[in-house]
Design a protein around this ligand. Structure first.
Ligand SMILES: NC(=O)c1ccc[n+]([C@@H]2O[C@H](COP(=O)([O-])OP(=O)(O)OC[C@H]3O[C@@H](n4cnc5c(N)ncnc54)[C@H](OP(=O)(O)O)[C@@H]3O)[C@@H](O)[C@H]2O)c1
Length: 323
């Protein structure tokens, strides 16, 4: 099965602010956090992605200036609304003040007031480009899926032609997704799309994502490189065995370990789009080699042993340092 570049999206979590949790974020940005330089850097990655055929872009209110950088890129390159698919998210407020060492990088609040404020902020920037608006990291604990005022407001936004979705995180992704699939208004399911973590280490949400896809939701896969842990940059001895398997299979297929990891997500029959989180033009070029990789039962079998227990995966994810 060959997979096309059109199913690969670019996420802007690493491009909109000085701090992020991917392994080598500080090195990628070379310490130049001047906003204009960061905007130029983000544009260079967007240019490389667009030139290679990427048309799906994912931002969030909490990714610093990601929405602004995406908006200025769309305008300066004269890209027409409708020729790209732009998704963003509400529910976290950026609080790092353009610092890497902030006490709190983002504050979560899934209230109707935050939805109203952030939707206005997002549309001021992305206007007619916005195709999909997602609850950022919906959880059962935040109560957002049981908040009728929020759900009714999402239904109102849908009536204007916008698609609405939710993103997931943590070991209970499947529980939250199954709850979301039950939410209806006037007999129609409310959510059009889900964005969830699935990668060669953490496959726990696979069955729920398969159900979501079968129910008609668009499924977007994120963190396909486990925030950098499934790349050549990961020198942690605890991953030596897993990375050796990945390197060996990538060499056999004449590709890169990051491209192979991205291919694994694209090869899932329920996956519509897989996000690259590339922080440099070189990374997007390497990631996009995924479109040329042929996934097979032999590759699946060779990489099966990479899987971790979900709880252990998410416990480690929560300790990744902002850099
Ligand atoms: N809850 C949510 O809604 C949520 C949460 C997370 C992410 N997301 C979305 O998903 C997107 C992707 O997530 P992510 O960036 O956290 O995870 P990821 O895609 O698993 O990791 C991307 C990172 O891998 C590293 N990388 C990529 N290619 C590489 C290469 N060729 N060589 C070495 N390192 C390479 C880079 O990090 P370093 O260079 O820094 O190591 C890059 O930033 C985000 O941009 C965002 O749109 C959403």
């Amino acid at each position: 099965m060959l997979l096309g570049a059109g199913r690969i999206g670019l996420g802007l979590a690493a491009l909109g602010r000085p701090g992020y949790i991917t392994l080598g974020h500080a090195r990628d940005l070379t310490g130049d956090y001047e906003p204009g330089a960061m905007e130029d850097h983000a544009h260079s990655v967007l240019d490389a992605a667009y030139a290679a055929g990427v048309r799906y872009f994912d931002a969030a209110r909490s990714y610093g200036r990601a929405e602004d950088f995406l908006a200025s890129w769309l305008a300066s390159r004269r890209i027409a609304p409708g020729s790209v698919f732009v998704a963003s998210k509400w529910g976290y407020t950026y609080t790092a003040g353009w610092r890497v060492d902030a006490d709190r990088h983002e504050v979560k609040d899934h209230s109707l007031a935050t939805l109203a404020r952030q939707f206005a902020e997002t549309t001021t920037r992305l206007g007619a480009y916005l195709s999909l608006y997602q609850i950022h990291s919906a959880t059962l604990e935040s109560g957002v899926l049981g908040d009728d005022a929020v759900i009714d407001e999402l239904v109102r936004l849908k009536a204007t032609g916008l698609r609405v979705g939710l993103t997931l995180t943590g070991a209970s992704q499947s529980d939250v997704l199954r709850r979301a699939l039950e939410i209806t208004r006037d007999g129609d399911r409310v959510f059009d799309a889900v964005q969830a973590t699935w990668n060669l280490l953490e496959r726990g949400a696979g069955s729920a994502l398969e159900d979501a896809h079968a129910a008609g939701l668009s499924v977007v896969v994120k963190e396909v490189l486990a925030n950098g842990r499934l790349t050549a940059r990961n020198a942690d001895p605890a991953y030596a065995r897993r990375l050796a398997l990945l390197r060996e299979e990538a060499a056999r297929l004449d590709t890169t370990v990051d491209a192979l990891s991205l291919t694994a997500a694209l090869a899932q029959p329920w996956a519509d789009v897989a996000l690259s989180g590339a922080a440099t033009p070189e990374q997007i070029a390497s990631n996009l080699r995924a479109a040329e990789v042929e996934w097979s039962a032999e590759t699946e079998a060779a990489l099966e042993a990479l899987t971790m227990e979900s709880g252990a995966y998410w416990a480690e994810r929560s300790t990744l340092p902002w850099n």
